[in-house]
Write a protein that binds this ligand. Structure first.
Ligand code: SF4
Length: 360
């Protein structure tokens, strides 16, 4: 849900907030935040800022973006690639903003907190890719989009959770190195069994690899407990248990549907349209479910709000306002701007563009 331009006066902002389907957004919250939201939206419009909102943002931040400005990291970067606006504020973590910068290097790309990390991107860098390339010199390296630009620059092709299987199938040879997410690699290995061998960190080598600290939280026993307490029997037509690709192998096997964030959202939208979704649990970041609850109010969502990405949570309304106030005052944006050297931009663009061509 996003606040439309026609609601830009303070009363319009409040009306929109009161109309939201969000259990933790109380009248006290609304009265406390409405002024800040109003100021952010007014400055966004005044300076023609594109404000990209990742699905894992808290609802108040997510709602600052229009529907077209909301999505997953690749969808948002593709939106960034097309924009003519001078400023892009990327409400997500810095590796996401880097991809936007690579695809549209002439724009000023800003993030609310440059210290926000990611357990995947932070724990697997360019040196790790190079080391695997030495071990497997003739095998193409496919890197997950959740990585920094310098690691992408050393890789042959990039992928997202929505297109990894398709791209792996189409890359030359009968083997592929996938980095850095170990659980994702194992799920890909299952998906490609009998077609292509997936090599990944820790499988026959001493590389460490990484996992998403959020999706790692879900264990098979959690899903079974959710099934029982929320009454979502396996295979039930309109009660569905979803899991993200970054979850453990056994969690994916237990889920009724697994996929990328965008694939999960598309499946929910399709079922809602067909009046086929009564209840759902999504094994993923908790604010994704908060945002889904607002978008699909007819569905009963259960959420695990202890499973929050601490890195994504560093982005908040007050910090986004700081960026816009700095733009408005003509102050330095160096605390927020994502910068990359021309050489890294050039080399990291190649695997990203290859992915875009292959997934078209
Ligand atoms: S949820 Fe957080 S830790 Fe997991 S991949 Fe996204 S940014 Fe990284």
């Amino acid at each position: 849900m996003s606040i439309q331009a026609e609601n830009l006066n303070l009363e319009g902002v409040k009306t929109e907030l009161y109309g939201r389907n969000h259990p933790s957004l109380t009248p006290v919250d609304i009265e406390a935040h409405a002024k800040t939201l109003h100021r952010v939206l007014a400055l966004k419009q005044k300076h023609n800022v594109v404000m990209l909102g990742h699905n894992y943002m808290e609802p108040l931040v997510f709602g600052l973006s229009t529907k077209q400005e909301q999505g997953d990291s690749l969808g948002l970067s593709m939106h960034a690639a097309k924009t003519t606006a001078p400023y892009i504020i990327f409400n997500g973590v810095p590796f996401m903003a880097e991809t936007a910068k690579i695809l549209n290097p002439s724009k000023t790309v800003l993030v609310a907190d440059k210290t926000a990390g990611c357990s995947l991107a932070d724990n697997f860098g360019a040196a790790d890719v190079k080391s695997l390339k030495v071990m497997y010199p003739d095998v193409p390296v496919m890197i997950y989009i959740n990585s920094y630009a310098d690691a992408k620059a050393e890789s042959d092709v990039c992928c997202t959770s929505a297109n990894a299987a398709k791209i792996a199938r189409e890359m030359p040879g009968d083997q592929i190195v996938f980095v850095p997410d170990i659980y994702f690699a194992q799920n890909l290995e299952d998906e490609l069994a009998g077609e292509k061998t997936v090599i990944y960190p820790g499988k026959g080598n001493h590389e460490k690899g990484a996992v998403c600290e959020v999706h790692e939280e879900f264990r098979l026993s959690d899903l079974l407990a959710v099934r029982e307490s929320f009454v979502i029997p396996k295979g039930h037509g309109s009660r569905v248990l979803y899991a993200h690709w970054e979850c453990r192998r056994e969690v994916l096997r237990e889920a009724d549907f697994y996929g990328s964030t965008s694939q999960i959202m598309q499946d929910i939208a399709k079922r809602v349209k067909e009046n086929q979704l009564e209840r759902a649990f999504v094994a993923s970041e908790c604010e994704l479910t908060s945002n889904l609850s607002q978008e699909f109010p007819t569905v009963q969502f259960w959420t695990a709000c202890s499973v929050r990405c601490s890195h994504m949570a560093k982005v908040n309304l007050a910090k986004v306002l700081h960026i816009l106030e700095a733009i408005d005052a003509g102050d330095s944006l160096s605390d927020y701007e994502v910068t990359l050297g021309p050489d890294v931009i050039e080399r990291a663009r190649t695997p990203i563009e290859r992915m875009l061509q292959m997934s078209a």
